[in-house]
Design a protein around this ligand. Structure first.
Ligand code: ZN
Length: 280
């Protein structure tokens, strides 16, 4: 008993002089999902890696926060994330990737927005270049300290991840959440951040994009009117636009997308997961 107590005490007495075993955690995630993770900051040399990529850490007081995502197009392979101080692993997070069933739906839209003319294709390509630039230059700390909220409280007409067949030919996935909305309904921001786009795009029509920092963006599409401009810092719940029917739609609604680390993820999961970290 005495020996056991000593074994437990010695590493603490000598603090960092003895390499400790990393703290291990088992977690799970599904394709198209996000998790928030939080650690204590014990040194300014701490870094975080998932799938061989460094993930930025948000520093708030003595806390370190980060997000882990799994792509919708996941190969369902388990992976490990490491919290490291130089070469030493402080924590190891083992993620199981659990498959998730996504539904299928048929849609009718203007054929011109399925088979693009050369002019439309050129426009869509040019817009993609602008969007790529926006998504590659996120602010480097969380621009929020509260949980995310729904951009509308209405019925959800199409959930994230639904496989879609447009006009019986074109196949795709719906990587956003559609809310029932008439033309002209108020659209509040899902969280605080910086407006990085307020423009008319080929596919999503009038669109607002908000940068919430550290590669987390929210997108509001098919709007009839935008009420903010690029560069505006906005609060959670602030009205940023009015809903509409612009771009590639089959009727008025609000399309809400969430892009994190370059992948569209399920916004409703973002809301749930953020509530676990940002308690109110
Ligand atoms: Zn949509």
């Amino acid at each position: 008993m005495k020996n056991l107590l000593l074994t437990l005490l010695i590493p603490q007495l000598f603090g960092c002089a003895i390499a400790k075993n990393p703290i291990q955690q088992e977690l799970s995630i599904s394709p198209g999902e996000i998790r928030f993770v939080e650690f204590e900051e014990t040194s300014d040399k701490i870094r975080f890696y998932c799938k061989d990529q460094e993930i930025k850490l948000n520093r708030v007081g003595k806390k370190l926060q980060a997000v882990v995502i799994e792509s919708y197009f996941s190969e369902l392979k388990p992976f490990t994330c490491f919290l490291k101080e130089k070469d030493q692993n402080l924590q190891e997070l083992f993620f199981q990737v659990v498959d998730r069933e996504y539904k299928s739906e048929q849609l009718r839209v203007n054929p011109k927005r399925i088979k693009l003319s050369a002019k439309d294709q050129k426009r869509a390509n040019a817009e993609q270049v602008i969007l790529n630039k926006i998504y590659a230059s996120s602010l480097n700390s969380f621009q929020f300290d509260k949980a995310f909220i729904k951009p509308m409280d209405s019925f959800i007409t199409s959930i994230y991840g639904t496989r879609r067949v447009y006009n019986k030919v074109k196949k795709g996935q719906h990587l956003g959440t559609d809310f029932r909305a008439a033309i002209g309904e108020k659209v509040p921001a899902t969280n605080s951040g910086k407006v990085v786009l307020a423009a008319d795009l080929f596919f999503t029509g009038w669109t607002v994009i908000i940068d919430h920092g550290m590669d987390i963006f929210s997108v509001y599409g098919h709007l009839s009117k935008t009420l903010v401009k690029e560069g505006d810092m906005i609060e959670r719940g602030q009205i940023v636009a009015l809903s509409g029917n612009t771009g590639r739609t089959s009727g008025p609604h609000l399309h809400w997308g969430v892009k994190v680390q370059g992948q569209y993820i399920d916004g409703l999961v973002l809301i749930d997961e953020s509530q676990k970290i940002f308690k109110e």
